[in-house]
Design a protein around this ligand. Structure first.
Ligand code: ADP
Length: 456
């Protein structure tokens, strides 16, 4: 069931319940009031007739004539009877009609209780004690409240009609307004259905108001922006990778074709082998970097995270870089005196942190004429900070803004070989560890990368 229908039905149901409760209370109050008022009217009529009979000494015949006359014109005349205490009938408005037959028991009860009120087949009966000249008489008054019942029936009928019309109206109004309210949602759904990977540039249009639906449209559009950006980045990434792969492969093919064309000297073959070997190594490095990048892009839940020692990882990273590049020199300093092991611990993945640190070491050395760089470790209770510094060629201000983007290589790229994945991957790894990386640099003076990692 659609929310629109659900809301309309719920709204109608709630209103119907309230209306029904309201109408029932009014109807039952009116019913009670009618009954009470009619008993009072009956009592008045009974006493008046008794007064006429006993005090004014109006004859039985006259009283009965008045009664009959009233019956013809008013149609709901009260029928009064007067008894003495031993059930002896003194007066009766119309014995031949006698809607409610008095019994000896009834007269006795009235005498005993002083007053009696009850209903018989919708006829109301009142019995009273009437003292006159030292004797007690019993008067009964019986009548059917024709007007009262008519009024009640009318009230019931009108309430029912108003109830049905109101509910119908509320249902129709509910449907109309919920349709109006949900119109933007329907539009959004239709628009969202047309958005796919091929037209991610489409955006939802809000209703122009500052309401929840506009907010939803805005949030959805922001999500589309992010998706579009990440799709674009993905596309660029793939084309960059294929470019990076193609360049050394094309070089290898060209070298091999050239040497296969005709016989070459041993020296020339050696050069070709050396060149192709270098290109093959570049390819291996690139594929290793891509593999590491894939690992760094895993969901954190899929990566083994445990307490690791930062100093040990730094030493391992240094060793790895120095094995691959025998002329690189890397110094590691400890700024504070470490007293406890826990000060060197972070929650992290050893392999990925080693990749990140090795990358920073390698960059520091390869962009420095003296191939030297250093790492300085300091810590607080909350975090460990590592500064990777070199006295190398530095990074321009513009490049500093972009070096963490995938495949970005700075103006100084001619100085050393690379593929532009390193810092992108390093930043990803540090972020994965809930840490931060920042850079400061002066051209021709050197660069400093600061990595901050929480202890976890
Ligand atoms: P790569 O080193 O393979 O070129 P990176 O992603 O590691 O790629 O670095 C991106 C760019 O940042 C480098 O091309 C270089 O321009 C600049 N860079 C990084 N580290 C340094 C550094 N220590 N000194 C000078 N430039 C650096």
């Amino acid at each position: 069931m659609k929310i629109r229908t659900k809301i309309t039905l719920l709204f109608t149901f709630i209103t119907a319940t309230i209306l029904l409760l309201f109408a029932s209370i009014i109807y039952y109050s009116a019913k009670e009031a009618r009954e009470k008022e009619f008993y009072v009217a009956l009592e008045k009529e009974a006493v008046t007739k008794a007064n006429l009979y006993f005090n004014a000494k109006v004859t039985t015949q006259t009283l009965q004539d008045i009664y009959k006359n009233n019956r013809v014109f008013l149609n709901n005349e009260v029928e009064v009877a007067i008894y003495d205490t031993v059930f002896h009938l003194l007066y009766h408005d119309a014995v031949e009609i006698d809607a409610v037959k008095e019994t000896k028991q009834m007269i006795h009860d009235i005498y005993r209780k002083g007053e009696l009120q009850f209903e018989q087949n919708d006829w109301q009966v009142v019995g009273l004690r009437y003292p006159f000249q030292g004797k007690i008489y019993i008067i009964t008054a019986v009548a059917y409240d024709q007007y009262g019942y008519k009024k009640l029936t009318l009230l019931f009928r009108n309430s029912a009609i108003v109830f049905i019309i109101s509910i119908l109206f509320i249902y129709i109004a509910g449907r109309f307004f919920s349709k109006k309210t949900f119109e933007p949602v329907t539009e959004m759904t239709e628009k969202a259905k047309t958005i796919s990977a091929t037209n991610l540039d489409l955006r939802l249009t809000g209703n122009g108001n500052k309401d929840e639906l506009s907010e939803l449209a805005g949030t959805f559009n922001e999500m589309l922006n992010r998706l579009e950006n990440s799709f674009d980045a993905q596309k660029h990434f793939v084309s960059n990778i294929s470019h990076e792969l193609r360049t050394p492969l094309a070089a290898i093919i060209a070298e091999l074709e050239l040497s296969a064309n005709k016989n070459r000297s041993t020296e020339e073959y050696k050069t070709v082998i050396a060149n192709t070997l270098q290109d093959a190594k570049k390819l291996v490095k690139l594929s290793n970097s891509l593999l590491d990048l894939a690992k760094a892009s895993y969901d954190p839940a899929e990566i083994t995270i445990k307490k690791v020692r930062i100093d040990e990882i730094l030493l391992d990273a240094r060793q790895q870089v120095q094995i691959a590049n025998a002329d690189y020199r890397i110094d590691i300093h400890f700024e504070n005196d470490s007293e406890e092991d826990s000060e060197m611990l972070v929650q992290g993945n050893e392999y990925l942190l080693k990749v990140a640190f090795a990358n920073l070491f390698e960059n520091g050395c390869k962009f420095s004429p003296n191939h030297r760089c250093a790492a300085a470790i300091s810590f607080t209770n909350a975090r460990i900070s590592i500064q990777f510094s070199d006295d190398g060629i530095g990074i321009s201000a513009e490049d500093r803004m972009n070096i963490f983007k995938p495949f970005y290589r700075g103006d100084n790229k001619g100085y050393a070989e690379g593929n532009g994945i390193g810092l992108f991957m390093t930043e990803k790894i540090i972020r994965l560890h809930k840490g931060k990386i920042s850079v400061s640099s002066l051209e021709n003076r050197g660069s400093r990368f600061t990595v901050e990692l929480p202890h976890g």
